[in-house]
Design a protein around this ligand. Structure first.
Ligand SMILES: C[S@@+](CC[C@H](N)C(=O)[O-])C[C@H]1O[C@@H](n2cnc3c(N)ncnc32)[C@H](O)[C@@H]1O
Length: 322
């Protein structure tokens, strides 16, 4: 569904259906997010539960008393169906995969391709080249499809979210283009952006925790994007990402790695006409918004999927209980 910015009241890090949060939300919504192949498998179950629920809300209040059209046997059968479908929901994995069996970067990329999250050659190439293992803390399993703690109440997002954001921004990450990564955290996506826009382009990370900026620079130095950092086509800065990074604006691509209460106007201002921003928006319920600045300067927004990211906030509030 596309909306214009004027009609919006406002404008991770994991897809709703791929995070532990999934079960609560999936059972309370029938919104269709079939961007993952296995959601197609869930569709009959979703409609089955919907049917079941509407059956149980039968206007005849005697329905469970045995004095209605519904016999006790039927009630037992429906109870069994509800039980079976809830069991099946719980058996469905919360992620595309766990760590078992995925012990190298290539295998992770192959999995993302087989699930249809990676569709383009360019995204496959960059994710094969920038090894995720260099961006997670020591002792953390790098290829599990889950966000991982990187300290300071921050996380590196799950591989499928990285892949999804790269796919959404791919056309705006052509050689020579400018890309901004707000809340750059581990530096993984900033490195991917730099690799895609190349030495003639510009990739800028902004992160408000100085220690994370330090770590991300060390991570990038070990990666295939090291030369771009050295040559100055890639830089990571300490700053409040809500203000963007005007020095290298306007940007063809802006990625925001933390959830904003609404689309920050400052970031919109730093988006080039023809540019695209991908940003999670919301508090408890968040949507990954895709914001396109059209050539005439007007803004189009659509929701890609429901997500769960850490908030885009002040440093003090992020570190409050750390
Ligand atoms: C989900 S995490 C990191 C995501 C990053 N894409 C990654 O995969 O490593 C979000 C990051 O946003 C940062 N952040 C939150 N609010 C911020 C702000 N106002 N300015 C800059 N960074 C912010 C957090 O410190 C955190 O590192």
């Amino acid at each position: 569904m596309r909306t214009t910015l004027s009609s919006l009241s406002g404008v991770c890090h994991a897809c709703r259906y791929c995070s532990p949060f999934r079960h609560h939300l999936l059972s309370s919504t029938l919104r269709r997010h079939f961007h993952h192949r296995r959601h197609l498998l869930l569709r009959p179950l979703v409609s089955l539960s919907a049917t079941t629920l509407s059956f149980c809300r039968h206007p005849n209040s005697n329905i469970f008393t045995g004095n209605s059209l519904c016999t006790k046997m039927e009630v037992m059968r429906w109870t069994y169906v509800i039980f079976l479908s809830s069991m099946l929901f719980n058996l469905c994995p919360q992620r595309f995969w766990t760590g078992i069996g995925i012990n190298n970067n290539e295998a992770m990329v192959e999995h993302l391709k087989s699930y249809g999250v990676i569709r383009s050659k360019k995204v496959a190439e960059v994710m094969e080249t920038i090894d995720r293992a260099l961006f997670v803390p020591e002792g953390t399993p790098p290829y599990v499809d889950s966000p991982m703690q990187i300290g300071y109440n921050a996380t590196i997002s799950a591989p499928h979210m990285h892949a999804m954001c790269l796919e959404l921004l791919e056309k705006n990450l052509q050689p020579g283009m400018h890309a901004l990564d707000v809340g750059s955290g581990s530096g993984y996506l900033t490195a991917c952006f730099a690799y895609m826009v190349g030495p003639q382009g510009r990739a800028v990370g902004v992160e408000h925790i100085p220690e994370l900026v330090g770590t991300s620079i060390k991570n990038i130095q070990k990666s295939a994007a090291a030369s771009l950092l050295k040559e100055g086509a890639l830089s990571v800065h300490v700053g409040d990402g809500r203000l963007g990074w005007p020095e290298f604006a306007p940007y063809d691509a802006i990625h925001v790695g933390a959830a904003a209460p609404e689309i920050p106007q400052t970031l919109l201002d730093q988006l080039k006409p023809g540019g695209r921003m991908v940003i999670p928006v919301g508090n408890i319920f968040q949507d990954l918004k895709v914001v396109d600045k059209n050539l005439d300067g007007s803004i189009s927004v659509h929701d890609e999927t429901s997500v769960r990211y850490v908030p885009l906030t002040s440093r003090e509030s992020q570190l409050r209980d750390y």
